[in-house]
Design a protein. Structure first.
Length: 219
């Protein structure tokens, strides 16, 4: 499996987002956590900020929408220039229709599950999505500890994707670092979101390279 590294700008300096994106130019994607203060208690950036970031980012934007009513709001992020838009299974009302709308707008369509949400209801829908995101922390805040109990879901998803002969990526987000990424890769993940592990490093490019090396060796 090809490894995709997507540093989360939730751990970046919010006053200097353009330069913080330039720090991760060697990554594959920039992961943008959009939070509305309702679906999760935290509040981050919204559509106008994402539109500006898409115009200046050296890497494609991977938008993770932790918001209420994604059926209404998600297509706007694709239209604003996000390369990928992921919505939460717990919030979306019509996942297939929304996935098709996102793809029609030119974005990858992703669906996310929180730690307590089972993945089995998604198995029959896998062909409608480009990626499934397994949260390995509770959604809402960066810097949390990695939850190993979520790895069996990654394994089940990878088996289901392989059994169906699909090209669906499996993303992990939360607590991903040099000490946890190998376990994620061994379980079947191929897209890795890392926030503090990259932005907390003195050399972000070196941290990205190290994560890529570790995940590639474990895949």
């Amino acid at each position: 499996m090809a490894v995709t590294i997507a540093p989360s700008i939730l751990s970046a300096d919010p006053a200097n987002l353009q330069s913080e994106l330039e720090r991760i130019a060697s990554a594959d994607w920039a992961h943008v956590d959009v939070m509305d203060g309702h679906f999760v208690p935290n509040l981050t950036w919204g559509l106008p900020v994402v539109e500006r970031l898409a115009a200046v980012s050296p890497v494609p934007l991977d938008c993770h929408l932790m918001i209420d009513d994604p059926d209404r709001w998600a297509p706007g992020y694709a239209e604003a220039g996000a390369a990928g838009v992921t919505v939460h299974a717990e919030a979306v009302r019509a996942p297939v229709r929304l996935a098709r709308d996102l793809r029609a707008a030119g974005a990858r369509a992703g669906i996310a599950v929180s730690p307590s949400t089972p993945v089995e209801p998604l198995v029959d829908l896998l062909g409608e999505f480009d990626m499934v995101l397994v949260m390995t922390v509770e959604p809402g805040f960066g810097g949390q500890g990695f939850l190993d109990v979520c790895l069996p879901k990654v394994r089940r998803l990878r088996r289901a994707v392989s059994a169906a002969g699909l090209q669906v990526q499996v993303q992990v987000d939360g607590g991903v670092s040099a000490s946890t990424i190998e376990r994620c890769a061994e379980a079947g993940a191929d897209v890795f979101v890392a926030g503090s592990a990259v932005y907390g490093a003195e050399d972000a490019a070196a941290a990205i390279a190290d994560l890529r090396r570790l995940a590639s060796a474990a895949c």
